[in-house]
Write a protein that binds this ligand. Structure first.
Ligand SMILES: [Zn+2]
Length: 313
């Protein structure tokens, strides 16, 4: 799954030809119609999460109240363009306050804690969570909250609705649905394993109009971006924190990504097209298990994953 040692031009008649133009005849509207997918991000990605900081040895805080608190965005992706960011200010009876901000899952369990010493009233504090748990692993999909309070008080004993323990919810997902627009899964000839002349179909075809934006289902490093006669314009991404490689084919134009570049979950990777061996506009999407795409791994059926991401996007 690492990018070293990949084969530069490995396509050998492995991509689909899909006779599914009829699927699109019921589609109306423009390429910008959106029934799924993540919002198109802009600006620069979050470089990294905030440091957790050490807990204070003798924590001290006054009587606290939260005067403002906001979490943005309310939907984030692991290794995504925008990490969930809490911004808050306090009032307190003390000039300096040792605070603890917990990331709490929907079961009430703390998955990550941040410690901030000597926080002054009315001075904004920002905390950006990178979506990893204390042990470094990606957190599960779900609804999370930031919870702000004084250090030294177990989170379970804090009154969740009091001004000193405000909860701010947001959702975190491991993957984004890759098509930002109207789409339809090809459930016959575009299925993984469907017969082709001399081979079987190695991915899942998802019908969408040419021009609909595509985003990375999972960020990571760009293992390869280029053109091949069957795949057309295509890009392969080595998924950060996963054993998987992800391949997107038939892009209308060369991907803006370069081989070796870092890409974030939900970041634009190109637009739907019909380049290469394709008879209709669609995304040909492949997932490969370790060690990866043309590195000894094997493709597997990505449809259950696509359907799951589609359901929450
Ligand atoms: Zn295909």
């Amino acid at each position: 799954m690492r990018s070293n040692g990949f084969v530069r031009s490995p396509w050998a008649g492995k991509i689909c030809t899909v006779a599914a133009a009829a699927l699109l005849t019921s589609f109306a509207g423009t390429a910008s119609a959106t029934t799924g997918g993540a919002p198109t991000p802009g600006g620069t990605p979050s470089a990294k999460g905030s440091p957790t900081g050490p807990p204070s040895t003798e924590p001290s805080a006054g009587t606290l109240s939260i005067t403002s608190a906001q979490t943005t965005p309310r939907k984030s992706f692991y290794f995504g363009f925008r990490y969930p960011r809490l911004s808050f200010t306090i009032q307190s009876t003390q000039p300096q306050n040792d605070l603890q901000v917990d990331v709490v899952n929907s079961a009430g369990e703390v998955v990550r804690s941040f410690y901030r010493a000597d926080v002054a009233p009315a001075v904004p504090t920002n905390i950006r969570w990178d979506g990893t748990m204390a042990d470094g692993r990606p957190a599960r999909n779900g609804i999370y909250s930031f919870r702000i309070g004084p250090q030294g008080i177990p989170v379970a004993t804090r009154p969740a609705t009091s001004s000193t323990a405000l909860a701010l919810s947001f959702s975190l997902y491991g993957y984004a649905f890759p098509i930002l627009g109207t789409h339809e899964f090809s459930l016959d000839g575009g299925r993984f394993g469907a017969g082709r002349s001399g081979h079987t179909h190695q991915g899942q075809d998802v019908m969408a109009e040419c021009g609909v934006p595509l985003v990375a289902a999972r960020g990571g490093s760009v293992q390869y971006a280029g053109y091949e006669g069957n795949a057309g314009n295509y890009v392969v991404i080595d998924g950060k924190g996963t054993p998987y490689d992800f391949m997107y084919a038939h892009l209308a134009e060369p991907s803006p990504l370069q081989t070796g570049e870092t890409v974030r979950t939900g970041q634009p990777i190109g637009i739907v097209g019909d380049t290469g061996d394709a008879s209709a506009c669609h995304l040909h999407f492949e997932m490969w298990g370790a060690p990866g795409w043309y590195e000894g791994g094997s493709p597997f059926d990505p449809l259950p994953y696509l359907e799951k991401w589609d359901a929450y996007s």
